[in-house]
Ligand binder design. Structure first.
Ligand SMILES: Cc1cc2nc3c(=O)[nH]c(=O)nc-3n(C[C@H](O)[C@H](O)[C@H](O)COP(=O)(O)OP(=O)(O)OC[C@H]3O[C@@H](n4cnc5c(N)ncnc54)[C@H](O)[C@@H]3O)c2cc1C
Length: 574
């Protein structure tokens, strides 16, 4: 089936929807999503969205910029971070005007709370910068933007999964998608494509991410010739519910929650004397694992406690209701009475499809754009987070850069006509699906997936070293061989979850391999990438972005400089 639009947006999270709203009124736009739009992972965001509004205490965008640069361990591009911090207040007021029901303070202004790594006056003390709607911030923003898209008549294709891009003369002119309900392939012909497909946390055994976060957009872009940037930087969040990885938002510590070891000690006091439990996530995760290594896990086991008991019932029920309920349901503890057992959980991909500050996808280290292809949100790397993202900066990035991509695409589509589609643009994709369906191999996708998730957790998570990464590289190659032998028993076309599992797994194996290659390449420790065999940060050699591209005969790794405008790299102390 063929469709034609000016712009096709893949992904109905906040990045995709914000871009759609920018274009909606006079442009023919379609939004594709492999899950029903409002089930996108953005709806699970809990704690807040950052902006220096100064509603609770003095704050400035310059401080927000500095914190983000420092939090990124100086790998973030400072031009992109400046745009983020400066534009943040506008982005929040825009949401307010669209109808997002933020919490209010006693003066009736948007309420704000503390979050990790956000400080006053260049690191003096924590500052209240996160705007929030209880601990359902993503949910209320997603629902509001979705409603606006409906009002603007934007076409939604829910449960459509992108499988490949269509290019003609080096320009992206459409894509091929698979309709889950019927098994039909659809061709979308357009002038511009925006990839806004979110993260890839499902490649790890323990993760806070939704089932749809399998890195599809990264793989589609990589196979299409785009460069991926800084893939080695994978964020673990300190407080996942023990064994399950379900997130307990950093807002819990923003409201005063405390991490404790088996002796009841507030151990973060020793590691980060100024901001304690509100140190950035990469540091807190490493400190937690150090505590466990030193035998200070609760009852000698491999978890720690997040203590919220002193916050009181009212705060928990009004400002942290969601996580209170998650703790009751999934950990079987009532946070009003008892501490929550927690352990770091895979949370966020700092790396992604390399883009400039207009969301244009880049193909190399010379910043040459891929005509017609854009990316925004977690799947993109405009590099505002560098090697470690600060809490509440992701939602902000989705809105600021989703909008900028929308503006840039509008400019672009008015300057070009529709490129001609190649003959049978879906033929290769149809062959790929047919090969998967006809394979009578004895492997099962869920077994290969479980082995991949364990491997990534054991060898490519918070602490890494060369031997483990080399083993991981070999193991991924073995898993890719096993993948070729996956047989699909159910031959129905409607909601064939076996087929979908196999497609998702193919993407996850590819993302996992690229993370391992980049992690092996970077022989230093920076942000979330900690190499036990290279424990120091090495600005002389490694103050560069990693880029990886498909060279035709495998992945090709290279680097490009970091954009530094105001803040020269310094030692990161909190
Ligand atoms: C539990 C949790 C809590 C969080 N809390 C916060 C917070 O408080 N503050 C903050 O700043 N950040 C938070 N984050 C991070 C932030 O929510 C995410 O980074 C962000 O929501 C990603 O948004 P996105 O628009 O890029 O994509 P997502 O919201 O992940 O949406 C991805 C979209 O792409 C679609 N898609 C994927 N693959 C395909 C495909 N092959 N074909 C078609 N469609 C596809 C999906 O259907 C979906 O619509 C949190 C993350 C998690 C997991």
């Amino acid at each position: 089936m063929n469709h034609q639009y000016d712009v096709v947006i893949v992904g109905a999270g906040l990045a995709g929807l914000r871009a759609a709203i920018e274009l909606g009124e006079d442009t023919r736009v379609a939004v594709l999503s492999k899950v029903f739009a409002t089930r996108s992972h953005s709806g699970a965001a809990q704690g807040g969205i950052g902006a220096a509004l100064g509603n609770e205490e003095e704050d400035r965008w310059e401080w927000h910029m500095f914190d983000t640069v420092k939090g990124s361990d100086y790998l973030g591009d400072q031009d992109a971070i400046e745009i983020l911090a400066r534009d943040a207040p506008r982005a929040i007021y825009e949401l307010e005007h669209l109808g997002v029901p933020f919490n209010r303070n006693s003066q009736g202004k948007i309420a704000q709370r503390a979050f990790g790594g956000h400080t006053r006056n260049y690191g003096e003390a924590p500052v209240k910068r996160a705007c929030y709607a209880a601990d359902r911030t993503g949910r209320v923003i997603l629902d509001t933007l979705w409603e606006k898209c409906q009002q603007r008549g934007i076409a939604f294709y829910d449960e459509f999964q992108i499988l490949s891009l269509i290019t003609s003369d080096g320009q992206c002119c459409g894509l091929v998608a698979y309709e889950l309900a019927t098994g039909a392939l659809h061709t979308f012909h357009c002038k511009a494509v925006l990839l806004a497909t979110g993260g890839a946390g499902r490649i790890y055994k323990t993760t806070s991410n939704a089932y749809a976060s399998t890195g599809d957009g990264l793989v589609v872009a990589y196979r299409g010739g785009a460069a991926l940037e800084d893939m080695e930087f994978v964020q673990f969040h300190p407080t996942g519910i023990y064994k399950l990885g379900i997130l307990i938002s950093e807002a819990a510590r923003g409201e005063g929650g405390i991490l404790r070891n088996k002796d009841g000690q507030r151990f973060m006091e020793h590691y980060a004397p100024v901001i304690k439990d509100l140190a950035p996530r990469d540091m807190v995760c490493r400190c937690m694992l150090e505590e466990l290594k030193a035998g200070r896990g609760i009852d000698g086991r491999d978890y720690l406690h997040l203590d919220l008991t002193h916050l009181g019932k009212d705060v928990l029920n009004s400002k942290l209701a969601e996580i209170t309920s998650l703790a009751r349901t999934y950990a079987g503890v009532d946070p009003v009475e008892e501490p929550i057992p927690v352990l770091p959980t895979c949370h966020y991909m700092m790396g992604g499809i390399s883009t400039n500050t207009d969301g244009q996808v880049l193909t190399d280290d010379k910043n040459i754009p891929f005509a017609g292809l854009y990316a925004a949100g977690e799947c993109a790397c405009v590099s505002v987070h560098g090697s470690n993202r600060l809490g509440c900066n992701a939602l902000l990035e989705l809105l600021v850069y989703g909008r900028r991509s929308g503006i840039a695409m509008r400019r672009f589509i008015h300057s070009v006509g529709f490129a001609g589609l190649p003959e049978k643009p879906e033929a290769d994709t149809a062959d790929r699906i047919a090969r998967l369906m006809e394979n009578s191999g004895i492997e099962r996708a869920d077994h290969v997936r479980a082995d991949m998730q364990k491997l990534m957790m054991d060898k490519v998570s918070v602490f890494r070293r060369k031997e483990g990464l080399l083993e991981a590289k070999e193991n991924i190659a073995e898993l890719k061989e096993r993948y070729k032998n996956i047989g699909i028993k159910y031959q129905g076309r409607s909601y064939n979850s076996e087929l979908q599992d196999a497609i998702d797994l193919g993407n996850m194996l590819q993302v996992a391999e690229l993370i391992i290659l980049c992690a092996l390449h970077r022989e230093e420790s920076r942000g979330a990438h900690y190499r036990e065999d290279f424990p120091g940060r090495d600005d002389g050699k490694w103050l560069v972005h990693s880029l990886i591209r498909d060279s035709g005969d495998g992945p090709h790794l290279f680097t490009k400089p970091v954009t530094i405008t105001q803040h020269q790299p310094k030692e990161r102390k909190y």
